[in-house]
Design a protein around this ligand. Structure first.
Ligand code: HEC
Length: 151
């Protein structure tokens, strides 16, 4: 009985789980970067003093970013999902696919900055601030070249 129920649940999954992806093949990529942005925003708020610095929270946020950089993301970059292919549905510029090496290098700079951030995030606001600023520079570095100004 339990197994039957489980099988039914698994069979029911694809339609529900993939509906969003079918509507917009770029949705998983946008979702990934939304997670990155969520963690970054929380750290920036601490640096700006909009929220109180909390060593444990800062370390957890940095660790979440580390986890996100460990996600290969290969399946997020399927050909045919640029803003030329899917107008209005993504900000990813065709340049990504024309220059995968450059995009990869921008991703590596981001990964390195996240590693540096994770090493110091719990060491006080004065240690957190420059690491967050450096990380922010790597977001901008990629966005300026590979992300459209708007959808
Ligand atoms: C290697 C390139 C790269 C790096 C590094 C990068 N991004 Fe992005 N980001 C993109 C691309 C490309 C998109 C557009 C995705 C799409 O629309 O399909 C994007 C989208 C986003 C989005 C989704 C919302 C929107 O309007 O586009 C957020 C939020 C975001 N990035 C935040 C960040 C933050 C914060 C960082 C740094 C901590 C960062 N990104 C680092 C390439 C990058």
């Amino acid at each position: 009985m339990r197994n039957t129920l489980l099988a039914a649940l698994v069979l029911a999954l694809p339609g529900a789980a993939f509906a969003e992806e079918a509507k917009n093949p770029a949705a998983p990529r946008i979702a990934y970067f939304t997670l990155v942005g969520t963690e970054m925003n929380a750290l920036v708020a601490m640096v700006k003093g909009e929220t109180e610095y909390d060593a444990a929270k800062a370390s957890r946020g940095a660790a979440d970013l580390v986890a996100l950089t460990q996600y290969s993301g290969d399946d997020l970059m399927a050909p045919g999902t640029s803003n030329a292919d899917l107008p209005g549905k993504t900000r990813a510029l065709p340049k990504i696919w024309e220059d995968m090496a450059g995009y990869g290098a921008a991703g590596k700079a981001f990964g390195d900055a996240v590693t540096e951030l994770a090493a110091v995030a719990g060491n006080g606001k004065d240690a957190l601030a420059p690491a967050v600023a450096k990380l922010g520079g790597t977001c901008k570095g990629c966005h300026d070249t590979y992300r459209a100004k708007d959808f």
